[in-house]
Design a binder for this molecule. Structure first.
Ligand SMILES: Cc1ncc(COP(=O)(O)O)c(C=O)c1O
Length: 425
């Protein structure tokens, strides 16, 4: 839908909701309620996705299988625990645009990032630098700095953190090109958060991967804010690896497991060093307990432990919703929903706020980051009192994520009304 065809009215928002082919999915989620019983305007799916109603049944099923079968549940459960992670692979691969051999659900994001760096950050005296974005998520920054130190390098010398130009917030591809061109011979790894958690900027992974590979660097992405939010096409990107979590757009519950992608060209690379555990070992001989490590081909071979089934059950249930809705349909609605929210914010008669997320829809997912000029958290606290759950990032940014599975056009309209009221327009 063209921006010019949006209208700033509740009637119009409701019309879009009526025409929304995905509107039934909202009812599949628990919307948190205020003391009055009215649902909150929930815009925080970029931090913690809402609970699908099917999650409880999925977890209860595993509890009941455990009660009924004890250890035999590994084989006798309705969804046997032994290969449980395999039941998630196909739907997860579809969500992130990867092949099943490139996709696994395991561990948590930061753990997977370290495991990936064990394999794909192989510094030498000459090539040891890691390129990240200046606004990288703090955990990623800690992780790469610790890897540099672990290999005996000083993070001050080894970490290139690329800043936006003075007076700008977003990264420019030509600046990424320039740093890779200038320092590429010394760069061992390029790692970008995609989309960036703060600005919501989504970078072209294929272009960055080509740039890095041309210079001999490995390339990985932290797609915590991408998985389930927008098409990632990880396989086609050619990236060496990617990691993500499932508790944001994938609605799997607080602290749930992460996802990991290793491109299929590394599926059988025996020379790649890695940290290993029994769950990555050949399934046929895993219980022989004697053999030397024989990795499962593909990313499954990076698994360490037998996984937490209760958490996986939640992911299983959530991925079914994605399979039912379809990523293409979700993206289509998402573009319209975020476009509508952007239009409404831009209609506000104020110059006290600006959206720092790219205006080009191909360079963003559903999140809009709104910078509040000369404001502090008081404004955000007022929004919360009005029944909005969003998220504040110091020093002055409110992140709003209208999620196509459970947010409505009416939610967006109501949110902007609340924003107008607390901004004293
Ligand atoms: C972009 C990004 N990277 C990394 C993390 C850390 O994830 P975890 O705590 O699951 O390791 C988060 C958590 O919100 C994140 O948003």
């Amino acid at each position: 839908m063209q921006k010019s065809t949006y209208q700033n009215s509740l009637t119009f928002a409701r019309k879009l909701d009526r025409e929304d082919p995905l509107r039934r999915f909202r009812n599949d989620f628990h919307l948190p309620k205020q003391a009055s019983g009215k649902p909150y305007l929930y815009f925080c799916g970029n931090s913690l996705g809402l609970q699908p109603k099917s999650t409880k049944t999925a977890i209860q099923q595993e509890l009941s299988d455990w009660k009924k079968h004890g250890v035999e549940g590994h084989f006798e459960s309705d969804t046997p625990w032994m290969p449980y992670h395999e039941f998630l692979t196909e739907n997860m691969a579809t969500v992130v645009g990867a092949k099943p051999i490139e996709t696994v659900v395991m561990n948590t994001l930061s753990v997977n990032l370290h495991l990936m760096m064990v394999s794909f950050y192989r510094p030498t005296k000459k090539r040891f630098k890691i390129l990240i974005e200046h606004d990288a998520f703090p955990s990623d920054r800690y992780a790469v700095a610790s890897q540099l130190k672990f290999h005996g390098f000083d993070p001050d010398k080894g970490l290139i953190d690329l800043k936006a130009r003075d007076g700008e917030v977003l990264l420019r591809m030509e600046d990424i090109e320039q740093v890779v061109e200038e320092q590429g011979d010394e760069i061992a790894l390029i790692l970008f958060g995609n989309p960036n958690y703060y600005t919501g900027q989504f970078l072209d992974m294929k272009t960055i991967t080509k740039l890095g590979h041309k210079k001999g660097a490995m390339v990985g992405f932290d797609c915590a804010h991408g998985a389930g939010n927008l098409p990632l096409n990880l396989h086609d990107s050619g990236a060496d690896f990617a990691v993500w979590c499932t508790y944001k757009y994938l609605n799997s519950g607080p602290g749930s497991l992460g996802g990991c992608f290793v491109h299929e060209r590394h599926a059988n690379t025996a020379t790649l060093p890695r940290f290993t555990g029994w769950w990555g070992h050949n399934k046929e001989t895993r219980f022989g307990m004697r053999d030397g490590f024989d990795p499962i081909p593909g990313v499954e071979g990076w698994q360490l432990s037998n996984p937490p089934i209760l958490s996986m059950a939640a992911i299983h249930a959530s991925l079914q919703i994605f399979a039912d809705a379809g990523m293409d349909a979700l993206r289509k609605k998402s573009l319209q929903l975020t476009g509508f929210l952007e239009y409404l914010i831009n209609e506000m008669p104020t110059d006290r706020m600006r959206i720092i997320t790219p205006t080009d829809p191909t360079q963003r997912g559903c999140q809009l980051s709104i910078q509040m000029l000369n404001a502090n958290k008081v404004l955000y606290d007022k929004l919360t009192k009005k029944g909005v759950i969003a998220d504040w990032r110091e020093p002055d940014v409110i992140r709003i994520a209208p999620v196509p599975l459970y947010n409505s056009f009416e939610d967006c309209w109501r949110f902007v009304k609340c924003l107008e009221e607390v901004s004293d327009l």
